[in-house]
Every structure is written in C-alpha cells, then in structure tokens.
Design a binder for this molecule. Structure first.
Ligand code: VAH
Length: 311
C-alpha cells in the first residue's frame, strides 16, 4: 500500500489521484497536516500525519500496512527565505524520519522530490548538467541538496530503494502552488482569465526551467516503475521540459486572450530566480529511464486556459 505524505499540496493532490488510478483507490493512503483537499474527498483513505512526529508516522506506516512512501511535504524557496529554521527543520527532519522508518520497516520504495533549486549562481546557466558545481544559496536549495546526499547514503548503506527528481517550476490548474518562486507562472493564468492583467514579481527576461504538472506526474511514475538496475543516480535526477520568461508566457497567453496585459514589480524572489539555471540538461534521465516531456509552452497554455475556464 502507498502512503503519500503532503497529499494536499500542489504536487500531492495530482500524484495521489494519478497513483489511485493506477493502483486502486484503497491502495493509496493520502495524508497531510492540513485537512483533505476537496479534489481528494471520496477518492480514498485520508489520515492526518505530521511528518515531524516520527513515532506517530511509524505507527501509521505499520497500522496502514504501508509498503511505499511518497514524501512531498516541504517548505518551498520563497517561504523558506522568510522562515529559514522552519524550512531547514521540516525539509530535513521530515526526510530523515521517512528514510529511517523505511530502513526499519524494509519499505519497498520511497520517492522524495528535489528541485533545480539545488543549483546556485556558480552552476552553468544553460543546459545545467546532472553533475556540476552545485552551491545552493537558498535554505530550500541547501535542504534539498543535503537531502539528496541522505537519499544516496540510505541507498548505499541500508539498500533503501529511494528515488528522486529535481523538479523544475511546476504549473498546474488542479491545486494551488505553495510559496515558490516559480508560482508566478500559475498565478498569471488565473489573473489572465479573471482580470485580463497580471503584475509579475519577476523581471520580464527571467528565464526559468518549467514543466507542466502532467509531465511531472508521469516522470515521477516512470522513474518509480523503472527497474532498479536502470537507476544510476541515487541523489536526484535532472529532468526538464521547457524554459520560458514572463515575457514569453504572457505572449503565449495573448494568443488566447488578446487583451491580456502584464506589468512588472520584481520583489525579493528576483534574486532567488537569478541564482538558478535558465535551462537543464536531462540527458541522464533520458538514457536511464527514457524520460521525454510532452508539453511545451503553447500546449500547456491551451490546456491550462481550457481547464481553468471550466472551473
Ligand atoms: C519553488 N516551485 O519555486 C518551487 C521549485 C524550481 C522551483 O522548487 O521553490
């Protein structure tokens, strides 16, 4: 049985729904500290879990007969800079609690997301490779990079089959993002439909690696279903789909909403965005488990606007 921790978050909602479709509703236990997201209600079991309470988590893993754990609970980059200690503590201790329980209970597989936020200003800006200079400058990036090494350690020393992906900025319509620097790329679609205008907190030429949620969910499941022998990276895989700037996404939106207009008021998130690469080399994921994206900026824009209009 699968336990999703952080199931009411931006990734958690969609991953829980996708896993339930594949493995059956009752075989995927959703959990979060927050109350159950509306979209999850009635689709399967839901338990309240605080990932920081290792004993309680351990009891639930045994009581719910859990054999796989997806740990999505985390404080993201922008919120993390406002609460460095909380971000470090939750992101780090949450992962260590899960890895240790996975070791003790011989959990079959663990999934834990990292992020392109591990890269810092000294990493290559274009086609940033899987292995390169990695010096994170946000608490979120520091916690994710440290977490990657803990995953590798638990795999090497205790043979825990933990797998990880460095997600780019993720864009979705089913669930709201939570405190990221790339969240402008979600807000802009909502405001384009509601207000026909958007004030962007990043400069117009801020290129960032991005991915549509359907691609991110499929990448996660394809990685988790790949034979262990094909997995050569036990820190975390670079994956990528597209890179765009606020200027480019607003031009894509204008193709569907001609009267849409954008203005720019960069804030503290600009320096976070400027510290990250503009594009990612994901050739190792392509070689090891045949990763290939399906959505580009225009295909995502069309799908986002169609689905948001129906909400
Ligand atoms: C954030 N959405 O902005 C997350 C992600 C690469 C960005 O890690 O913090």
């Amino acid at each position: 049985r699968i336990l999703v921790i952080g199931a009411s978050g931006q990734i958690g909602v969609e991953l829980t729904l996708a896993l339930r479709k594949i493995y059956g509703n009752n075989n995927v236990v959703a959990s979060d500290l927050r109350e159950e997201n509306e979209l999850l209600k009635g689709t399967g079991p839901y338990v309240s879990i605080d990932v920081m309470n290792k004993e309680m988590l351990h009891v639930q893993v045994i009581r719910q007969n859990i054999t796989q754990i997806y740990l999505l609970a985390a404080i993201l980059s922008a919120t993390g800079e406002k609460n460095p200690n909380l971000a470090w503590h939750l992101n780090m201790q949450g992962l260590l609690n899960v890895l240790d329980i996975a070791r003790e209970e011989k959990i079959y597989k663990v999934y834990w997301p990292s992020s392109i936020a591990v890269f810092g200003p000294t990493s290559p800006k274009q086609n940033c490779p899987q292995q390169t200079i990695i010096e994170p400058t946000t608490v979120y990036g520091i916690s994710k990079y440290a977490g990657e090494f803990w995953c590798n350690y638990y795999h090497q020393r205790y043979h825990v089959d933990v797998r990880s992906i460095r997600y780019p900025g993720l864009i979705s319509y089913k669930s709201a993002p939570g405190g990221g620097t790339t969240d402008y790329a979600v807000e802009i679609y909502h405001e384009a439909l509601e207000e026909k205008k958007y004030t962007c907190f990043l400069r117009e030429d801020t290129y960032l690696p991005m991915m549509y949620m359907p691609d991110a969910i499929r990448a996660t499941i394809e990685l988790m279903e790949a034979p262990a022998a094909q997995i050569s990276i036990r820190t975390s895989y670079n994956v990528s789909a597209m890179s765009f700037s606020p200027k480019e996404i607003s031009a894509a939106i204008k193709n569907y909403i001609p009267e849409f207009s954008i203005s720019y008021e960069p804030d503290y998130r600009q320096s976070i965005a400027d510290s990250w690469p503009q594009s990612i080399d994901d050739s190792v994921a392509g070689k090891d488990w045949s990763w290939k994206p399906e959505y580009d900026l225009d295909k995502m824009t069309k799908d986002m606007l169609e689905n948001l209009r129906q909400q």
